[in-house]
Design a protein around this ligand. Structure first.
Ligand code: GLC
Length: 667
């Protein structure tokens, strides 16, 4: 539907005369327009109009999402008016710097897809003591080429064990030992000044048992009891548990916890003190809208939607990836677009490849949900390739992924703060003659160092005796062989593997994110269990306190630290220079006629072709020159290797040395 909108130029300007714009947009109902008038009447007409334009742009998405979620049960106009009112107030309060950022982002909607995006993720305290400390290390991040900084949960968690901060007691306070909300605002602004975007976790699926909503529920307030899933007896919990997978079978078995104060069983997917919130209650949605607007007005640029896959429950299912999850995201994002369109959403959905793509928006949600999602599949396949010295399964799995929506971008990574869950699809394994279960078992055992010949030193995380499932903790360096390496040759191979694994992540397209410590080749922390609250959770083995003493070696290329740091900053710098790595062009994993030991990723881009070649084995491997020719290269060089020319041997192949990584482009 198209209608005509009258836009006025800025009041008081000499050329103040009406401009007629023909913009295809929906009209919004009168109660909403009144609400905007009421909340924004005091603003400059230009800004009022800017907000109204946004409402008209996003109105259909808001209504669409709300109708699916709460259609039969609630007054949608009333609901929408409340949410839009929150957005209007947040827009009115938004800092001038952030308004400028929003406008800049609207002019560069592909900002996350550009090859100059490079991420870094760390716990603020373990990286630099506190938020102010992080601000003192921006030069270090700039040296690495970082433009995106994910600081792990930093809002006030419950005391004691809190799942690394993922049990939030207050979304409006910063963890006291890290600083204050004012410190967060200052840090966000300092980062922005250095061209770095601040990324913060928003835990959507649960709150701490100590959060005010949970406390009020425990005090008997019925409205707050409805913020959670509480059952008087085991009937429904037992029925749900028939199909619910165990997330932490080892230290938190079961998905429901008895609470004396509630006199009931409360849904706790993760730990018993992380209470799942009830998103089928629109009051929960309204609360989270306010939290989002609060955080984004402090200068947070990307919200990581933690455990988003779990937010909608349905009997008889795994209660993950339910279609309503995407409607929820759509509503949250459309509302955020009204107040702070420069802000992006990142889905943390560590799910199977076919479910994963939905988080970037498919079907009626294209362009409406998250802007970013973790490429869990790529991460798993990379570790699988180097363990097996074989790329056939990875080719199959990655070639089979549905197309990535053009509005969405991957987070590509080798490691993060979590364990690696071996998400190998049974069907993919079978198609290449493997058994999914045994391949997963092989990977878990290999990376635990439990298989003869394994160079890895990881730890088994959450062994599930019932299903036989094992996951893996460990730092990139320990998993890639540096910890176990006894000879110089073994060390060199481990260093080459670390570079190779990161080169694949940096060369895929999307935002590559370095996990803190990995840039310094940090090994597993042998003392991980000594900190209170960490003793049962070996993910702390790969969540090191950054060793600043070690970091002083980063320029010394004779050290392992220097080699790895230099490798990563080199990847970032080269990546920035290659327009081919813009995430809008999908990578194509080559298969036909390619040696099993080589992972080959082609990109066709208007600025010229690019070919990522990765030898995942410890032998020399051939790559057919005919493929290079067919892709239309005229003067192929390796952008990662000082732009040295590459050429065919007499045998019609170009040979890659063990564990080498090449980014082939035209000179
Ligand atoms: C996410 C986090 C993980 C946490 C879980 C529960 O998966 O990455 O560390 O345990 O959510 O919040």
């Amino acid at each position: 539907m198209t209608d005509t909108l009258t836009a006025r130029s800025r009041a008081g300007s000499p050329a103040a005369r009406p401009v007629r714009l023909n913009v295809p947009m929906r009209a919004v109902p009168a109660p909403i327009a009144d609400r905007i008038e009421q909340d924004l009447g005091h603003l400059d007409p230009f800004r009022q109009e800017e907000f109204t334009l946004r409402v008209r742009r996003w109105w259909p998405d808001i209504v669409d999402g709300l109708t699916t979620l709460y259609g039969g049960t609630h007054d949608l106009i009333d609901l929408a008016a409340g949410l839009i009112g929150s957005a209007a107030r947040a827009y009115a309060d938004r800092d001038p710097d952030l308004l400028t950022l929003d406008r800049a982002r609207l002019l560069t909607p592909d900002w996350l897809q550009r090859p100059d995006m490079v991420g870094y993720a760390a716990y603020a305290d373990r990286f630099a003591g506190n938020l102010a400390g992080v601000g003192e290390h921006l030069d270090y991040l700039a040296e690495l080429g970082v433009t995106y900084v994910h600081l792990m949960p930093l809002l006030r968690p419950r005391e004691g064990d809190n799942d690394g901060g993922y049990a939030v007691a207050s979304y409006r306070e910063v963890r006291p030992d890290l600083g204050t909300t004012e410190d967060l605002r200052v840090l966000a602004s300092a980062l922005r000044g250095r061209g770095m975007s601040l990324v913060v976790d928003l835990v959507l699926n649960h709150v701490a048992r100590e959060h005010e909503w949970a406390q009020r529920a425990r005090e008997g307030d019925a409205a707050y009891r409805d913020y959670f899933y509480v059952f008087p007896d085991r009937t429904l919990p037992d029925a749900y548990e028939e199909t619910l997978p165990e997330v932490f079978p080892d230290f938190a078995p079961g998905s429901f916890t008895w609470d004396d104060d509630l006199a009931g069983w409360v849904w706790t997917t993760f730990n018993r003190w992380q209470w799942d919130v009830n998103w089928s209650n629109p009051r929960v949605l309204a609360e989270f809208v306010d939290i989002i607007l609060f955080l984004t007005n402090l200068g947070v640029e990307v919200l990581r939607l933690d455990a988003i896959a779990f937010t909608w429950k349905r009997m008889g299912t795994s209660c993950q990836n339910q279609p309503e999850v995407h409607d929820l995201t759509q509503v949250l994002r459309s509302i955020a677009r009204l107040a702070c369109p420069g802000v992006a959403f990142k889905a943390e959905a560590i799910v199977g490849p076919r479910d994963l793509i939905q988080y970037l928006g498919t079907g009626r949600h294209v362009g409406q949900v998250s802007d970013l999602a973790y490429h869990n599949s790529l991460m798993v396949q990379v570790w699988s390739m180097v363990a097996a010295g074989d790329t056939v399964l990875a080719r199959r799995a990655l070639r089979n992924l549905p197309a990535t929506p053009t509005t969405g971008t991957w987070i590509t990574y080798a490691r993060c703060h979590d364990d690696i869950g071996w998400a190998i699809d049974d069907r993919d394994a079978e198609a290449v003659g493997l058994n999914g279960f045994w391949h997963r078992r092989f990977l878990a055992d290999w990376y635990a160092g439990d298989v003869a010949g394994s160079w890895a030193r990881g730890l088994v995380f959450q062994f599930n005796e019932e299903t036989g499932d094992k996951r893996t903790s460990g730092s990139a360096a320990s998993l890639a062989g540096l910890e176990a390496a006894a000879t110089q040759e073994a060390k060199d191979q481990a260093l080459a593997r670390i570079f190779l694994i990161h080169a694949i992540a940096f060369g895929w397209g999307g935002v590559p994110v370095i996990w803190s410590g990995d840039e310094l080749a940090t090994l597993n922390d042998p003392h991980w269990a000594e900190e209170t609250g960490h003793e049962d959770d070996n993910r702390w083995a790969h969540r090191p306190r950054l060793d600043w003493e070690r970091a002083t070696q980063r320029d010394d290329l004779r050290t392992e630290t220097g080699k790895v740091f230099h490798g990563m900053s080199h990847l970032a710098a080269v990546r920035k220079s290659l327009p081919q790595l813009h995430a809008s062009s999908d990578p194509e994993v080559l298969d036909d006629g390619i040696d099993r030991g080589i992972f080959a990723v082609a990109r066709r881009h208007a600025s010229g072709p690019m070919l990522g070649l990765y030898n995942v084995t410890q032998d020399w491997r051939p790559f057919p020159w005919s493929v290079v020719e067919r892709m239309g290269f005229t003067q192929p060089v390796n952008a990662l290797g000082n732009r040295h020319s590459i050429a065919s041997g007499d045998d019609g192949y170009v040979w890659l040395s063990p564990f080498s990584a090449w980014w082939v482009v035209d000179a």
